[in-house]
Design a protein around this ligand. Sequence first.
Ligand code: ADP
Ligand code: MG
Length: 244
Amino acid sequence: MSDPLLRVEDLHKSYGDETVLRGIDFELERGDVEILSGPSGSGKSTLLRCVNRLTEPDSGTIYLDGERVSGAGTDVNELRRQVGMVFQDFNLFLHLTAAENITLGLRRVKGLGKAEARERAMEHLDRVGLADQAGSYPAELSGGQKQRVGIARALAMDPKLMLFDEPTSALDPELVGEVTSVMRELADEGMTMLVVTHEMGFAREAASRMMFLDQGQIVERGPPEQLFQHPEQARTAEFLQRIT
Ligand code: ADP
Ligand code: MG
């Protein structure tokens, strides 16, 4: 038996006297697409941020591909090379073009030369349908295009795992589909993904599993259809009814 791709063990995080994560345990196998759902403030973003160490957990252990990546003495930069993240508000550099947003990390983090970085950036822009926008600045792109650049930028680093934090929440409704379809293709290609989203259509169609987080704990986890149709917990049922 090989190691799971991601293993999170007994993760805890507090801010001051507010406890945000109270003992999170789960594993993702290679190719899993897992939806992380739950009310606002339940700790979803904090959990994702702990996985790539934008936030330091107070305790608990995280393993990526069998290697411990949490705690002192582990290489945060190496971890971030292997775990891509896509943010709700895109986090693009506004003074850089779409292509430059992608080449920056390839050059600085991956150490690629200019020509190779450019080639790799173009490949990934093409993959998300934006080859013709390589020279555009974020201000010249729609929200859906900006988010596709964000996805291309993360993918260009060749990650083992992709984290998405409400990637379509800032988009006008008519632009959601162009982003979820890129995510579906990625899922079909076998990328391992942990996705915070309220897009339950995407969950039903693309997710292998779904976990429901409330007050910093996983209260229920299973295949999406099980959580939608036969939730075991009243909190899950109530929340999913509200958002669907
Ligand atoms: P979600 O993404 O599910 O809405 P978050 O993980 O963003 O939840 O936040 C969970 C709780 O942690 C919230 O009460 C939020 O105010 C608090 N929190 C998150 N980040 C910080 C921070 N950097 N400093 C203080 N409190 C924070
Ligand atoms: Mg959040």
